[in-house]
Design a protein around this ligand. Structure first.
Ligand code: GDP
Length: 301
């Protein structure tokens, strides 16, 4: 059994490769819920939906959000009616979100995800990190912002001074899933807003110390491949580099995968992490995703 910790862009790219090189029924994916909230009357769990759609081969992998070839009739009509949406939700995607909202109110978020994964014919287990909603605030040079306002309304442009999120309880079973795994893979997701919320759940860091853990750096050179990870790391005084990523996971990490462009940093990282694999980590086609996934699987003792 392999457990993957995931956000909604970098790790889903790796999942596209992983599901080709391992039996999907051997995968448990624990997904960040930090950004979950209600929009336009429906519950939006963007990272969970991205993972569901990725595993079901439905993801819009241009944006890593929503369903490929979706239509936007409802979104456009709402705009005409003078009710513009902050999030651009497609019609098919909206159906998923309406169903999830209804299932969630009846059974809770993890059962809702389990039912939806089954409806999509998935064999992997997809588990939200928590059943509880988090509060997240981005403190910027223009004031305190809600996460989606920072990301969408302000296009991640303001300077970030600090960020804060509330503590939530882990979903039942995730600590045991980690303990019972042959390996845990931390995909190249945002270390601050996607991975750190999972790591800060009670019992998770301790469980990782007793399991083989391998992480892929989302930072290449001195910047993230995409998104605001580097801004958040800088705000928290973490070196924006694969060295900085390694330092965040130092207490439990067995192996880190860094990009070939960061070969010069190998020796420095080796002082804090036992094993450093240097390879191409830019996943811009299926072969690159499969190669990286295979290399990770081959590293499992
Ligand atoms: P979010 O939930 O949309 O913020 O997505 P994630 O947290 O899952 O992923 C965002 C991170 O993925 C960013 O920090 C990127 O640097 C990283 N990323 C995206 N594509 C790649 C890639 O092809 N290779 C690597 N190494 N990192 C990537």
């Amino acid at each position: 059994m392999i457990t993957v910790l995931s956000g909604g862009t970098g790790t889903p790219k790796l999942l596209q490769g992983l599901k080709e090189v391992v039996d999907p029924s051997d995968l448990t994916i624990i997904v960040n819920t930090l950004e979950n909230d209600y929009f336009s009357g429906v519950y939006v769990s963007a990272d969970i939906d991205t993972v569901l759609y990725t595993m079901a081969d439905m993801i819009n992998d241009e944006f890593w959000y929503g369903v490929k070839n979706d239509t936007f009739i409802t979104h456009e009509r709402l705009e005409e009616l003078g009710c513009p949406e902050l999030l651009r939700i497609g019609d098919i995607d909206r159906a998923t979100k309406i169903q999830k909202t209804q299932l969630m109110e009846k059974y809770g978020l993890s059962k809702a995800c389990e039912i939806q994964a089954e409806n999509m014919g998935l064999q992997s287990k997809i588990i939200p990190m928590s059943e509880e909603d988090s509060e997240i605030k981005i403190i910027t040079d223009i004031g305190e912002l809600e996460f989606h306002d920072f990301l969408i309304k302000h296009q991640s442009e303001p300077d970030v001074i600090d960020l804060k999120f509330s503590e939530v309880s882990p979903t039942d079973g995730i600590v045991d899933a980690i303990k019972d795994s042959d390996a845990v893979i931390i995909g190249p997701s945002n270390p601050i807003t996607s991975i750190s919320p999972i790591l800060s759940l009670e019992g998770v860091r301790e469980a990782l110390k007793d399991t083989y853990v391998i992480a892929v750096s989302p930072i290449i050179g001195s910047d993230s491949v995409s998104g605001p990870a580097s801004k958040f790391m800088k705000a928290l005084n973490i070196d924006v580099s694969s060295v900085g990523v390694a330092s965040l996971y130092e207490d439990f990490l067995d192996t880190i995968v860094i990009d070939i462009q960061d070969n010069v940093k190998k020796a420095e990282i080796n002082q804090i992490i036992n094993k450093v694999i240097v390879t191409n980590t830019i996943m811009n086609n299926l072969d690159a995703k499969k190669n990286l996934a295979q290399m990770i699987i081959d590293s499992i003792p």
